[in-house]
Ligand binder design. Structure first.
Ligand SMILES: Nc1nc2c(c(=O)[nH]1)N[C@H]1C(S)=C(S)[C@@H](COP(=O)(O)O)O[C@H]1N2
Ligand SMILES: [Mo]
Length: 359
C-alpha cells in the first residue's frame, strides 16, 4: 500500500468533518465497547500528518541531553494504559451562540490501550534541572495556521504544534503519562502520532502531543498558540483559564437515540468519565423535571478509562420517552444542564437528552 492508500484505509470507517487537516468523529457504535477499535477512534489534527525521522530529542534545562528511537523506548519497561481521550472541543456544536472552531458533534471521544514507556522514567534519564518548571512537548507537525487568537500576522505561516505540562505532573509516577508507540496492540498509525506520542491520562487530549519530536525542560512557563492562545476557556464573566482535566460527562450508548423499542424491560447502558476523579454516581431521569434514579456502576476497569453503567428501565407506556444520564465524580463535580459557554467552545459536558419510541 502507498502512504495515501494506508491513510485512506485507516479513515474509511470514521465520520469525516474536515478533510485537511484530517478531523473525524468516531461512529456512535464505537462508544459501546470497552475500548474503541483503532479504525473507529476519532482523529483530531491541527496540521497535515508530518514526516518524522524517528528520532526524539530531549534537552532544555537538563543535566544530559539524549536522543531516543522507538527501539530505545521499547528497550525500557513497557506499560499498557487504557485511556479515554476526549477532544476539548467535543460537543461544541451544542453551544449557543455557536463558537468558532471545528464543528464537533459528540463523538470526538474514544478509548484505546496504549503501550509505551513512562514519561517520568524517560525524564529521569536526562536529570531535569532543579529550576525546571514545565516540560515542553514539540510535535513534528507544522504549517500555516490562520485562525489566530494571539499570534501576530507574521508568525502564522509556519507554526508547530507545541504544548507544555507542569514539571510536577510530567515527573509524577502516578500521573501515568506515556510516550506511546503502540495503540491497541499495533504500532501507532499515522493519524494517531506515529512513531510515538504522549498519552496524558485525565487531561483533554490536546495534551497528548502526537508525532513527538522534542521534549525540553523549561525554566519559564511556556506561552504559545496551542497553550495560551487556543485551548483556553475564554469565559464571558471570569478570567480565562487553560483547558486541563476532562470535565465529568456521561453518555447513553444503548438504546440508541431515536430508536424504537418494545415496551417492557429495557437495560439502558452507557459510559461516564471524568479527569478529576473516578465516577462516583450516575443517575438516570425519565422525565423533564422530576426524579433522578441511581444507575448501577460496573466495576471500574482502570483509573484512566470510561466507566460502564447500566439502568433497568421498565415501562408499559407506548409512545415517546426522554432519557437523560447525569454523572458525578469523586471530586463532587456534576454535569450541568446547559453547556458552560466559552468563546472557543471547549469543555461541553452538559447532560445529553435522548428520546426513544416504545411500541
Ligand atoms: N502534534 C500534534 N499533537 C496533537 C494534535 C495536533 O494537532 N498535533 N492534536 C491534539 C488534539 S486537540 C487532540 S483532541 C488529540 C487527538 O488524538 P487522536 O487524533 O489520536 O484522537 O491529539 C492531540 N495531539
Ligand atoms: Mo482536541
Amino acid at each position: 500500500m502507498t502512504v495515501d492508500e494506508e491513510l485512506e484505509a485507516a479513515r474509511a470507517a470514521l465520520v469525516m468533518i474536515n478533510p485537511a487537516p484530517y478531523n473525524a468523529e468516531a461512529p456512535p457504535a464505537a462508544l459501546a465497547g470497552e475500548t474503541t477499535p483503532t479504525e473507529l477512534h476519532y482523529v483530531r489534527s491541527n496540521f497535515a500528518v508530518p514526516e518524522h525521522d524517528g528520532i526524539l530529542e530531549i534537552g532544555g534545562a537538563v543535566g544530559t541531553r539524549i536522543t531516543l528511537t522507538v527501539d530505545d523506548l521499547r528497550a525500557m519497561p513497557a506499560h499498557d494504559h487504557t485511556v479515554t481521550l476526549e477532544c476539548a472541543g467535543n460537543g461544541r456544536l451544542e453551544m449557543r451562540p455557536l463558537p468558532t472552531g471545528e464543528p464537533w458533534g459528540d463523538f470526538a471521544v474514544s478509548t484505546a490501550t496504549w503501550r509505551g514507556a513512562l514519561l517520568h522514567e524517560v525524564l529521569a534519564k536526562v536529570e531535569p534541572a532543579a529550576e525546571g518548571v514545565e516540560v515542553l512537548a514539540v510535535g513534528a507537525d507544522h504549517g500555516p495556521y490562520h485562525l489566530q487568537a494571539i499570534l501576530p500576522e507574521t508568525d502564522q505561516d509556519n507554526l508547530t504544534f507545541t504544548r507544555s505540562l507542569p514539571i510536577a505532573q510530567a515527573t509524577d509516577p502516578s500521573a501515568g503519562i506515556l510516550i506511546a508507540y503502540e495503540m491497541n496492540g499495533q504500532p501507532l498509525g499515522r493519524d494517531h502520532g506515529a512513531p510515538f506520542r504522549l498519552v496524558v491520562p485525565h487531561w483533554y487530549a490536546v495534551a497528548s502531543v502526537k508525532w513527538l519530536k522534542r521534549i525540553d525542560v523549561l525554566v519559564e512557563p511556556y506561552s504559545g498558540e496551542f497553550q495560551t492562545g487556543h485551548y483556553m476557556y475564554q469565559w464571558p464573566d471570569r478570567p480565562h483559564e487553560p483547558v486541563s482535566l476532562m470535565r465529568v460527562r456521561s453518555r447513553i450508548t444503548d438504546p440508541t437515540p431515536g430508536s424504537t423499542i418494545d415496551v417492557g424491560t429495557c437495560t439502558v447502558r452507557g459510559k461516564a468519565w471524568s479527569g478529576a476523579g473516578p465516577i462516583a454516581r450516575v443517575e438516570v431521569s425519565l422525565t423533564g423535571e422530576g426524579d433522578w434514579h441511581p444507575a448501577e456502576l460496573e466495576p471500574a476497569r482502570s483509573d484512566y478509562q470510561w466507566q460502564d453503567w447500566t439502568f433497568t428501565w421498565e415501562s408499559i407506556n407506548i409512545g415517546r420517552h426522554t432519557l437523560r444520564a447525569r454523572a458525578t465524580d469523586a471530586a463532587g463535580n456534576v454535569q450541568p444542564d446547559v453547556p458552560p459557554w466559552n468563546r472557543l467552545g471547549y469543555g461541553n459536558n452538559a447532560i445529553e437528552v435522548i428520546y426513544v419510541d416504545r411500541v
